[in-house]
Design a protein around this ligand. Structure first.
Ligand SMILES: C[S@@+](CC[C@H](N)C(=O)[O-])C[C@H]1O[C@@H](n2cnc3c(N)ncnc32)[C@H](O)[C@@H]1O
Length: 386
């Protein structure tokens, strides 16, 4: 197995529990091919673990194990089985769930989502991409899936020098499936849907929000109606607002699948919609805000915070007393503390007093690795206007 020599700073980082070694902390990598599993050695040839080497990314190595045992197909299969066993604990019987959540399952840069008998994978580093045939083999053996699809049509792969690609890797050509989530049926577009088809990280938050939702509800950034459909039986009416016409087309089909008659959809920019709703003196009893990540990179943090402030301010202005705000941020760079500060500042400007009813995060099938802060990205606050 090729070896990579790492600096003392890299050793400090991995001994403190992180899995990433930056290129500036690699002192020698001349024998490592792009995507190889490499041994990590210090300059005295002492062994520190094995990882996936990338010749392109700033993250030069992603740690797989500190054990001496070679990271081979059997080892990979063990990790996938362990991840699947955990899902049986936290999401038993759930049809649509994340089976492998990359670093959170000690399989850096590998996503495996399960939609019934269809599996969708993303291999987001050179090393994981090289392991793709082994991953497909393991999935076929362990789960006998109907179809395994890759959704590697994502921008982050460019950082690894990998092409964007999507398609069937094994089994049947399936482009849509219907799955049940929290008792509602959802049609998932496996080929063109966002992420691997939908936002599985919000599944538990959809259910939690339904526990408070009431009256006239507004679901901003609804995508295919994840919150809206879960809230619908608890509310007099729900309006889902979304900028993507394709997503709304699916939301409409989801509504029909569930037979709800108290839902409406509107294609609009949510910032403009909220402003117009306030000007028209519209009022709601429940408002959900689940925008895309505003801070994808650290330098955009300030403008992201301004975006969250504006959005939350506008939402709070149209909330009735006693109403609930369910507000989310999926920007890793915006911490929970930053997010709460922004909401507090928006509440002061909107002359609303809020209590925190629940501070939530991503569904438990998206594990947060305690020593890898990047694995904790989603914040979902449920607040009540008093
Ligand atoms: C995080 S996803 C929402 C997921 C959804 N709430 C769920 O639980 O399934 C964000 C959505 O916002 C939409 N979007 C992005 N910018 C928008 C804007 N300015 N106005 C309305 N929708 C927008 C995207 O198309 C995407 O569907």
């Amino acid at each position: 197995m090729p070896a990579v020599t790492i600096t003392s700073r890299a050793i400090e980082r991995i001994t403190s529990g992180h899995l990433w070694i930056y290129r500036s902390d690699v002192s020698e990598a001349s024998t490592a091919e792009p995507g190889a599993v490499v041994r990590l050695l210090d300059r005295r040839k002492h062994y520190w673990g094995q990882g996936l080497y990338s010749s392109a990314s700033q993250i030069a190595v992603r740690l797989l194990t500190r054990e001496e045992r070679p990271f081979d197909e059997a080892f990979l299969a063990e990790r996938i089985r362990a991840a699947a066993a955990f899902r049986e604990q936290v999401a038993p019987g759930v049809q649509a769930r994340r089976l492998v959540a990359a670093e959170g399952d000690l399989l850096p840069s590998l996503i495996i989502d399960r939609y019934g008998d269809c599996f969708v994978i993303q291999t987001l580093s050179q090393g994981m991409d090289r392991l793709k045939p082994a991953i497909v083999k393991i999935l076929r053996k362990e789960f006998a899936p109907l179809s395994i699809i890759e959704r590697n049509d994502v921008a982050v792969r460019a950082l690894e020098g990998l092409p964007g690609q999507a398609g069937v890797l094994a089994g049947e050509e399936i482009s849509e499936v219907v799955v049940e989530e929290n008792g509602r049926k959802f049609c998932i577009d496996l080929r063109r849907g966002q992420k691997t088809g939908t936002f599985l990280d919000q599944r538990e938050n959809h259910a939690a929000a339904a526990g408070y939702a009431r009256g006239r509800a507004l679901d901003c950034f609804t995508y295919t109606g994840g919150f809206a459909l879960t809230l619908a039986p608890h509310c007099a009416s729900v309006l889902g607002v979304e900028a993507s016409a394709d997503a709304l087309e699916l939301a409409g089909r989801n509504q029909e699948l569930n037979g709800f008659t108290n839902l409406e959809w509107k294609e609009a920019n949510c910032f403009d919609f909220l402003k117009a709703a306030d000007q028209a003196r519209e009022r709601f009893d429940t408002v959900v805000l689940d925008p895309p990540a505003f801070a994808r990179q650290k330098p955009s943090l300030e403008s992201a915070l301004r975006g969250y402030k504006e959005l939350n301010l506008r939402a709070l202005k149209i909330l009735n007393p006693g109403g609930y705000l369910v507000t989310c941020s999926c920007s890793y760079h915006v911490s929970e503390a930053d997010f709460l500060d922004v909401i507090a500042s928006a509440a002061l400007d909107a002359h609303r007093t809020l209590t925190i009813v629940e501070r939530r995060t991503q569904s438990r099938d998206h594990p947060i690795l305690l020593t890898v802060p990047e694995t904790h990205y989603l914040k979902c606050m449920i607040l009540r206007v008093v």
